[in-house]
Design a protein around this ligand. Structure first.
Ligand SMILES: Nc1ncnc2c1ncn2[C@@H]1O[C@H](COP(=O)(O)OP(=O)(O)O)[C@@H](O)[C@H]1O
Ligand SMILES: [Mg+2]
Length: 208
């Protein structure tokens, strides 16, 4: 499966979720490729910070032709994760065209909910060419037991695509792990790794 993590808004968790989902899938023995489609190259930076053995392959491909090259580049992999760019529309469009599933991280903030319009427009455009394209929101940096956490799910329900039941909480371990080029489960098996596993399981359920 090809999963694109997309949202033109920066700082929503595209890279954080990309590396952790890739690691989670690779952990089951699947061959996983992470494509860094963001010119900023954060996923490449993550891989470069790593001292231990790589968990999966990472390549940088911030090109608007990604959708044309994906079959060739992704040959032999079970799963491909695309870490999408912020802002650059032609790159985001190409990443959407390359994906089977577009996962849109959103933070529980009204700004993130309003900004989701943009990515939904691109998905609607791409759906004209790809009628089997699937997509969903995932709430990231949720602060547990707050009204805003519940409000965000309600607000997102107004959009025409589903919201994953699994959510990712605000946890400092995500930044700590990233600093060492590691997945959260490598630092500690705990709530963060359990949440990532739940997101991965729900995604796999969607594509069945
Ligand atoms: N669930 C989380 N808990 C705590 N920090 C997070 C979480 N998700 C992302 N971050 C932090 O937020 C910042 C932006 O995340 P990032 O994945 O780089 O977003 P994007 O790729 O969408 O720009 C990073 O510093 C990252 O460590
Ligand atoms: Mg990023």
């Amino acid at each position: 499966m090809i999963i694109g993590l997309l949202n033109q808004k920066g700082g929503v968790g595209k890279t954080t979720l990309s590396v952790n989902l890739a690691a989670c899938l690779a952990r089951t023995g699947a061959r996983v490729l992470l494509i860094d489609a963001d010119p900023q190259g954060s996923a490449l930076d993550w891989a470069a910070a790593r001292e231990s053995e790589p968990l999966f392959s990472v390549v940088g491909l911030p090109r608007p032709t990604l959708h044309k090259e994906i079959n060739q580049i992704g040959y032999g992999y079970d799963h491909i994760i695309i870490d999408g760019p912020a802002r650059v529309t032609d790159l985001a469009r190409s990443a959407i065209m390359a994906a089977d599933f577009v996962l849109i991280p959103v933070q529980p903030s009204p700004y993130d909910i309003w900004a989701a319009d943009e990515i939904l427009k691109l998905i609607a455009e791409a759906s004209v060419y790809k009628d089997n394209l699937k997509s969903a929101f995932v709430v990231n940096r949720k602060i547990t037991n707050t009204a805003i956490g519940r409000d965000v799910i309600e607000a997102l329900a107004a959009y025409p695509i589903p919201v994953l039941i699994a959510t990712i909480a605000q946890r400092v371990i995500f930044a700590e792990a990233a600093a060492q080029g590691k997945a959260v489960y490598e630092i500690k098996e705990g709530p963060a790794s359990v949440e990532i596993e739940a997101v991965a399981a729900e995604l796999m359920e969607f594509v069945k």
